[in-house]
Design a protein around this ligand. Structure first.
Ligand code: SAH
Ligand code: SF4
Length: 345
């Protein structure tokens, strides 16, 4: 099997180069070319042909090529459909904020978790992405937009904690000076709540922001839309979130997609406030984005307002995401290929 060059950290790259009989300083040269976006050894002008041959024969460099691109009419949000070498495609979204440029990337092609409101969940699972394929999405977005990416959100297609090793490897890579050098505080990982992996993540020494998709105030309602609720009850999930805060010092964000008549009553808000009481957290309320075939629709404005009022009245920080925010959710990993193609016409 060929070595995935861009998934290696600098020490591993150095080991590969020296173990194959090349001098150590060549590792720095190769790393520089990779960082500059070289897609083949041919482009690495200052390395000798025997090392070029070695790379060509025994290694590969992951690239994400733009299959489709959409620019939002309302703001400058850009959505990409990227293709990898095997033809699999994922979505990434570039968002512009006052404080910088964020990219929302995918961690898997599809998802195994099967949340009933989610287009990715409904389209099944194909495979997990490698660390280099996650990196390639950022690099391609950066190259195309001409802007330096300052924030990364792992909220596209897939469940990041179901691809734990590759995701942690990716975070360490972007974090390092040899790569994009993006700080942990500028990285957010969103999960549907794989409890053991939340504990593991807390121990990695990477104080990234954690977002947890809650979407309900109790297990009964949660299980209606999220099969994972039957595996990890909310009590255990919230305990893991408290541990995450205690270990990393990072406040956890709870994502709550408001679905008309499912999870948006005042009683739901009161119950949620009770359960989150005393936690250092923030609740992001997102009117659910309607996905064909789910039968769900977004909560009415009056429900959104009442929900946020109840939470805030009980001391829970909460915001309703609209405009750009709702655009992000509508775009990031939630549209199926069919839909994308339709939009392109
Ligand atoms: N698998 C991870 C990250 C990808 S999904 C997770 O579930 O957290 C990113 C976010 O989009 C999650 O909060 C998810 O619940 C939310 N989401 C999925 N489908 C949605 C929809 N139709 N409307 C609004 N939010 C949705
Ligand atoms: Fe997977 Fe997240 Fe979609 Fe659920 S919401 S199916 S965990 S991508």
């Amino acid at each position: 099997m060929k070595t995935d060059l861009k998934s290696l950290n600098f020490d591993e790259l150095t080991a590969l180069i020296t173990e194959n009989g090349f001098p150590k300083f060549r590792a720095r040269q190769v790393a520089d070319w990779l960082r500059k976006g070289a897609v083949s050894a041919d482009e690495m002008r200052n390395i000798p042909s025997d090392l070029k041959n070695y790379i060509q024969n025994y290694c590969y460099i992951s690239v994400a090529t733009i299959e489709k691109k959409f620019v939002s009419r309302y703001d400058k949000t850009v959505k990409y459909l990227f293709a990898f070498a095997d033809g699999e495609c994922v979505e990434s979204v570039v968002m512009h904020y006052r404080h910088g440029t964020s990219v929302c990337i995918s961690t898997q092609v599809g998802c195994k978790m099967g949340c009933t409101f989610c287009a990715t969940g409904k389209s099944g699972f194909s495979r997990s992405l490698t660390a280099s394929e996650m990196l390639a999405q950022i690099e391609a977005a950066q190259r195309d937009s001409g802007e330096r990416i300052s924030n990364i959100v792992l909220m596209g297609m897939g469940e990041p904690l179901d691809n734990y090793d590759n995701v942690v490897r990716f975070i360490r890579l972007v974090n390092s000076e040899d790569s994009l050098n993006i700080g942990a505080r500028h990285i957010t990982l969103s999960t549907c709540g794989l409890v053991p992996k939340i504990y593991a993540l807390a121990k990695e020494g990477l104080p990234i922001n954690l977002a947890v998709s809650l979407h309900a105030p109790n297990d009964e309602i949660r299980a209606r839309t999220m099969p994972i609720a039957k595996v990890y009850p909310m009590d255990e999930l919230l305990k893991a979130c408290r541990d995450y805060f205690d270990t990393t010092g990072r406040r956890v964000t709870f994502e709550y997609a408001m679905i008309d008549g499912v999870n948006d009553s005042d009683e739901c808000a009161r119950e949620l406030a009770l359960r989150l009481g005393g936690m250092s957290c923030h609740v992001n309320l997102i009117p659910v984005n309607t996905v064909e075939g789910t039968g769900y629709s977004k909560s009415k404005l009056e429900r959104q307002q009442s929900f946020v009022n109840i939470l805030e009245g009980r001391g829970i920080a909460a915001t309703v995401r609209r405009t750009l925010g709702s655009d992000i959710n509508a775009s990031c990993g939630q549209l199926r290929r069919k839909h994308l193609k339709k939009e392109d016409k």
